[in-house]
Design a binder for this molecule. Sequence first.
Ligand code: TXA
Ligand code: MG
Length: 350
Amino acid sequence: MKQQKTLPATAANVRRVARHLRAGGIAAFPTETVYGLGALFSDERAVCRVFEVKRRPSFDPLIVHVASLAQARALWKEVPPAAEKLMKKFWPGPLSIVLPKAGGVPDVVTSGLDTVAVRMPDHPAALALIRISGPLAAPSANYFGYTSPTEAAPVAEDFGKKVPFVLDGGPSRVGVESTVVKVEAGRVVLLRPGGVTVEEMERVLGSRVRTAAKTGKMESPGRLKSHYAPSAPLVLMEGPAALFVKKLRAWSLRRARRPRLALIVFSGNGFEACYDLFAVRAALSPKGDFYEAASLLFQVMRKIDKMKPDAILAEPFPEKGLGRAIADRLRKASGGKKGWRSFTHIFRER
Ligand code: TXA
Ligand code: MG
């Protein structure tokens, strides 16, 4: 295949892409969280191609996407009651469940682990595709470590003809990846915060969801410190907005040449007075809605990155509800850079 095709997700195009997948190809497809880069889970060669194209290290396992409960059950050894409850309530939806895998799941999919993550995406095109093709192993359709795509265009731009088909199902509604949980000895453990909140799961389970202990052992590589990162350094602000803004203005006045700065804030409250210091700025949800903010986060990060700022300053999000997933992505995008000293450090290096 010489060319890449971005195809609107019509029934005919879904069938065409499903045929391509069944013939051992790889293709990008829309989900409600972010776009995925899929291959038939059972086709080891195609799955390897996904790792290769994405430049993803082989130790980072993939999520298998299904269109029915029967497809999910066939991938796992058994399904404990807590997992049943979660599937019943949140599928189709942004929740991936990790359980011991059945015999037929190749090691390349799970990076040699004896568990497999499975989810049923809540997107009509994804479900239609998987109904025809069968379960798809798919990571987010971005280069490893970089910002996930929530639209078809950035997938096409990033990969070019290396990904022959991009099925365009419009912008992803949720905008952050699925929540990843592991069910172990009847307990639900959070491996990655995402589109389904801890609070929602606890309500359904009637028990606490534990956070994976920081054992140093890599339980879910999505928990690596630096991930989802734009090319410009991103620094999380700390402390009261007003104080940060004041420091920034004084610092900016002292400098002969003003750097190009970008700003990402939640509602914008408290930051309006410093907008003039930024070449680019984005308030993710002026009305303070986590869902709106999540749906725009990666799109905004990509847009800002294209403007090649010298640095991006971001406001930390409250660690509750969907805010936890947004806070997590911003923290990973920052690679641990936070506070005033980290910010000024960027400019001293030049
Ligand atoms: O919303 C999503 O989850 C998107 C869309 C395309 O479905 N997919 C996605 O995939 O974000 P990816 O590959 O970028 O992230 C999958 C995460 C990784 O952090 C991986 O380590 C973890 O899930 N994971 C997969 N299988 C696992 C397993 N068996 N045990 C623990 N973690 C696992
Ligand atoms: Mg990813």
